[in-house]
Design a protein around this ligand. Structure first.
Ligand code: BJW
Ligand code: ZN
Length: 249
């Protein structure tokens, strides 16, 4: 069945749950898309685990600096802007993202729940203290270039990216708020995520189980949909602004 845009206009508490696909049209690669996904070219076991950082900190730090500077050069796209616009139109919106970029904030979204941390908030690998030093702003390291991580002002430990790696716990307070919002909302938009990574992938499921409708926006169609589940197939930067125009015409 087709999603009625009026359901969006009438939502009392909307949860927007985003993944890498929402930033794809800003030029930020996703993880699992065929050909263009990061994990097509890079081995997550060598880059996105605590053991990888222990084994080869300069490789890992260099890779994340390359990605951080890629984000610095990117701009929010119409999907990020439409989500910020929705927050101004609806009584309540909770934005939950798996993304480690800051494009939602730069589009004007407030109080973004970052389940997987941020590229822009590095911290000490040893003592977890946030890193207060400056990071370079302009010079783009070559893809694959090694870089020495800075050192912690407190304990001299190595500074690591402030993202959640495989095998690490998600920030518990943020996860709790995200689950609570998913359990209370009347509509959830799941935008640009493969829904493969746990525990984040439980969020749309939880909303469905609690009686909310779920709308997926993704170029890849969902294999099967529950009765309260809908989809708009296509890029978020087109489908989401279209949906807003229809909902608030
Ligand atoms: C578009 C588009 C356009 C394209 N418009 N859409 C239970 C079962 C099985 C495994 C596990 C389990 N529980 C835990 C695990 C292990 C693991 C896991 O889930 N593994 C699975 C992959 C099998 N989970 C963990 O390890 C988590 N930790 C944990 O559970 O700890 C337990 C613990 C508890 C207590 C103490 C200690 C430990 C942590 C997961 C962290 C994930 N981290 C990453 C990397 C972050 C850092 C970095 O950026 O490098 O997060 S992995 C990567 O995947 C990243 C993303 O946030 C995440 C999700 O990916 P996303 O966003 O869905 O992207 P893609 O690429 O998968 O999909 C993109 C989508 O966009 C596609 O659908 C496209 O079609 C679409 N698209 N263009 C709209 N224009
Ligand atoms: Zn430290």
């Amino acid at each position: 069945m087709e999603f009625d845009p009026q359901r969006l206009a009438r939502a009392r508490h909307l949860v927007v749950f985003t993944g890498a696909g929402v930033s794809a049209e800003s030029g930020i690669p996703t993880f699992r898309d065929a050909l263009s996904g990061l994990w097509e070219h890079f081995d997550p076991a060598r880059l996105a685990t605590p053991q990888a950082f222990r084994d080869d900190p300069t490789l890992v730090w260099g890779w994340y600096e390359w990605r951080r500077l890629q984000v610095r050069k990117a701009q929010p796209n119409p999907a990020h802007l439409a989500i910020a616009e929705l927050a101004r139109r609806l009584p309540r919106l909770t934005l939950i993202t798996q993304n480690v970029d800051d494009l939602h904030e730069r589009a004007g979204s407030l109080d973004v729940l970052h389940l997987h941390g941020s590229l822009h908030q590095p911290k000490c690998f040893a003592c977890n203290r946030p890193y207060k030093g400056a990071l370079p702003d302009v010079q783009m390291p070559q893809q694959g270039a090694r870089l020495e991580p800075p050192r912690c002002g407190g304990c001299n430990g190595k500074i690591r990216p402030g993202v959640v790696w495989f095998g690490e716990a998600l920030p518990q307070a943020i996860l709790k708020q995200a689950f609570k919002a998913a359990g209370e909302c009347d509509l959830l938009l799941s935008i640009g995520t493969s829904g493969l990574v746990q525990p984040a992938a439980q969020i749309p499921q939880l909303a469905l189980e609690q009686g909310a409708a779920v709308l997926h926006i993704n170029p890849q169609p969902q294999a099967c949909l529950a009765p309260a589940e809908y989809q708009l197939t296509g890029p978020a930067g087109q489908r989401l602004p279209e949906l807003l125009r229809q909902a608030f015409a």
